[in-house]
Design a protein around this ligand. Structure first.
Ligand code: SF4
Ligand code: SF4
Length: 216
């Protein structure tokens, strides 16, 4: 059975708040040799989009094209070939770059970066966790206090809606959340979580127990 349709135009309209009340790209871009914000540099962070989302984008903007590895000096490959770690319902995209960004047509992956929904072992969407590989380069991950309440609420509402329509996505994010826990367990660190209830918590990567904490 085909997956239920997700109205990406409406989802985008409801998840449009900036992450902070200033342009964080200006703070990280000077540290990137390309001069672009790290999350808008397709050679640093390749945006992935749902196939349904790509259909919507293709029909409404010329901002995006299928990502080509040779754009980043890597060997070419068949864009429809299976890519390690990329779920079947997603593909890799590239935009025209930050100078040509069209805010209304940013992909969900742009809007959510640097966060993903943390889903516990018992499949509860607890809050926002960070893509840990970008910890050293992303100013927002280093300054979680700057994340606005509106952004957090819109993030939670958007993924509640997505999980409601596509419950299988909970599994994917539960796997990713587990991977995050394994990495943090190795590093002997607790996982920072911007909880859906508005609080900040540190999560034990072994037990997934949460402890309320002050924002760093
Ligand atoms: S979210 Fe992080 S990587 Fe993206 S522009 Fe802001 S500081 Fe830079
Ligand atoms: S669409 Fe905009 S926000 Fe998304 S990666 Fe491109 S420049 Fe960045």
């Amino acid at each position: 059975m085909p997956a239920p349709r997700v109205p990406f135009d409406q989802l985008y309209a409801r998840f449009n708040a900036p992450i902070a009340d200033f342009d964080c790209g200006q703070l990280c871009a000077p540290n990137n040799p390309s001069g672009k914000p790290f999350c808008c540099d397709i050679c640093q962070a390749v945006p992935a989009a749902y196939r349904q989302e790509w259909e919507y984008l293709q029909g409404n903007t010329n901002l995006w094209h299928r990502w080509r590895p040779e754009e980043c000096g890597q060997p070419a490959f068949d864009p429809d070939a299976e890519i390690d770690g990329l779920p079947e319902n997603m593909l890799l995209l590239a935009c025209q770059g930050p100078r040509h960004c069209q805010r209304d047509f940013r992909a969900l992956s742009c809007r959510q970066f640097p966060f993903f929904p943390f889903v516990s072992e018992d499949y509860r969407f607890i809050g926002l966790a960070c893509y840990w590989e970008y910890e050293k380069v992303c100013w927002v991950i280093q300054h979680l206090e700057a994340v606005s309440d509106t952004y957090r609420q819109q993030f939670v509402a958007a993924f509640d809606e997505l999980f409601d329509r596509w419950p299988d996505e909970l599994n994917s994010y539960a796997d990713l959340s587990l991977e995050l826990c394994e990495v943090f367990q190795t590093r002997r660190r607790r996982v920072p979580i911007l909880h859906r209830n508005g609080g900040f918590y540190l999560l034990s990567p072994a037990s997934q127990r949460l402890r309320r904490a002050a924002l760093p």
